[in-house]
Design a protein around this ligand. Structure first.
Ligand code: AMP
Ligand code: ZN
Length: 484
């Protein structure tokens, strides 16, 4: 068996790649920010899901599956969810409508992640099931002088006092003074500092909320309200992974403000020098140079790619989407295109044709070079190059290729893709032949309207006709094919 490699990870906190040493090799802990469940996940959202799934698999291989705890949360309280609930279920009481939106979206997300070959995280906590923990942290922050209650335009708020933390901004390397000077947001009078952010905010009667009371300087104040976004992750990571854990991940856009503020809350509440030792961020998936996002309106959902024809006129298997994502280093941007998906599919089919002869293979047969490349900050370009080499060598390497593909979640045996090839029943073929024949007769009879009608009908069914001439007789002949 290949030797267990030493992991090297790039850490956003230090802007350096360094050897990874877990706090406790018997419980290696990773937290990744999960989706806000108001709308189906787009393929950009799939990137952290896939990237950190690969890291999770690697950690499990190196430290033993039973010694790794991977937590990915579900954000099911957010103003975007409220807006969506009002739009989609205007007849329902708001809380019921919200539950409909979040349950449906969460179920779809979990299905999507599975279809993309991702293992389930060990814990998938929901924000709404951790409200007590959030209120507790907020109270601790108030007690330690890191938070205060103020009244803004929409009622009472508990705010984090950024000025109370000496090194606020260390992750994103933003200085508080610069933020003040460059602040373009309207100055909110109730904040001590423009960068202060919401921990808890009052809800109107018709908004979702929880009863909470906070003690400020010995006086108890009840605020029926809801949490801010950042406090959710501090509460959930603290509850399941402890005050300080090993790895925290998410997309590049989360560095500021989300992760910066998670760090501020957790460190100030727990009095620790770090929240997580290693901070990892995936690059963006882009379309024509622009970030794929809902606000840009240039997104396609994972479910659409898997189950409909909206992208390139066909469905794409989850394994193909997964490889298309992994072909580029996780910190680099990806330009998402049909060409990329076609290339991923070609490669995947080739590798699996070779590997298939040696299935089933297990972790024991894993290729050492593949592992070493993964251990080097998930260097997938090297992994892909190595898999190409394994697919070329004739002796003994197919088994290692099979094991590596399985390990990476790229096992795609021919049964899975050949069944997608258009296989037509014989009688269906005969029916199409008969219609094509009928159209030829109509053409001969110069009944063009009827002939065109038949052609259009077939095209609508995905059957493309091609007219030609029989070289011997000069007669019109028509062939057909299934358009993909
Ligand atoms: P959101 O639901 O917007 O909070 O995003 C969920 C996760 O997807 C976060 O880790 C984001 O950083 C990540 N993400 C969102 N858009 C993209 C994108 N276009 N490319 C890569 N990651 C993204
Ligand atoms: Zn988070």
């Amino acid at each position: 068996m290949a030797e267990k490699p030493t992991l090297k990870l790039y850490n956003t906190l230090t802007r350096e790649k360094a050897d990874f040493t877990p706090i406790d090799a018997k419980n290696v802990r990773m937290y990744v920010c999960g989706p806000t469940v108001y709308d189906f996940a787009h393929i950009g959202n799939a990137r952290p899901v896939i990237v950190f799934d690969v890291l999770n698999r690697l950690l499990r291989h190196v430290y033993g599956a039973e010694n790794v705890t991977y937590v990915r949360n579900i954000t099911d309280v957010d103003d975007k969810i409220n807006a969506r609930a009002l739009r989609d279920y205007p007849g329902l009481p708001l809380n019921d409508a919200i539950r409909r939106v979040t349950e449906k979206t969460e179920t779809q997300f979990i299905e999507d992640a599975k279809a993309l070959g991702c293992l389930d995280p060990d814990v998938q906590p929901r924000a709404t099931e951790n409200i007590v923990q959030m209120v507790e942290i907020i109270q601790t922050l108030i007690d330690k002088g890191h938070a205060y209650v103020a009244t803004g335009s929409e009622g009472k708020e508990v705010l984090f006092s950024t000025g109370s933390m000496a090194d606020y901004g260390a992750l994103s390397k933003r200085k508080l003074e610069d933020q003040q000077a460059g602040a373009r947001v309207a100055v909110e009078e109730h904040k001590h500092n423009p960068a202060d952010f919401v921990l808890w905010k009052q809800s109107a009667e018709n908004e979702p909320g929880w009863d909470a009371s906070f003690t400020v300087e010995g006086v108890s104040q009840s605020i029926f309200g809801r949490p801010g976004w950042h406090i959710e992750c501090s509460a959930m990571s603290g509850r399941y992974l402890g005050d300080v854990f090993d790895i925290h991940g998410g997309g590049l856009d989360l560095i500021f403000p989300h992760h910066e503020n998670e760090i501020a809350q957790s460190r100030c509440a727990h009095g620790t020098p770090v929240m997580a030792n290693v901070w990892m961020h995936n690059g963006f998936l882009q379309v024509e140079g622009r970030k794929m996002s809902k606000s840009e309106g240039n997104f396609v959902t994972i479910a659409e790619l898997l189950h409909s024809d909206v992208f390139g006129g066909r469905k794409w298997p989850g394994e193909v989407l997964r490889l298309a994502m992994l072909m580029t280093h996780y910190r680099e941007p990806i330009d998402f295109s049909i060409k990329r998906l076609e290339e991923a599919e070609r490669i995947l089919k080739r590798w699996n044709l070779v590997a298939e002869q040696h299935a089933p293979a297990n972790d024991a047969a894993l290729d050492g070079e593949v592992l070493d490349a993964l251990a080097d900050d998930l260097d997938m370009s090297k992994v892909v190059a190595r898999l190409h080499a394994l697919a070329k060598e004739t002796e003994g390497s197919a088994e290692r290729l099979a094991a590596s593909l399985k390990f990476l979640g790229l096992w795609f045996p021919s049964a899975a893709w050949r069944k997608d090839e258009p296989v037509l029943q014989d009688d269906l073929k005969a029916a199409i032949d008969a219609l094509v024949e009928m159209r030829l007769e109509m053409l001969k009879a110069k009944n063009f309207a009827e002939a065109d009608k038949i052609r259009d009908q077939l095209v609508a069914q995905g059957i493309q006709l091609k007219d030609g001439k029989d070289p011997a007789t000069g007669e019109r002949v028509t062939t057909w094919e299934v358009k993909r």
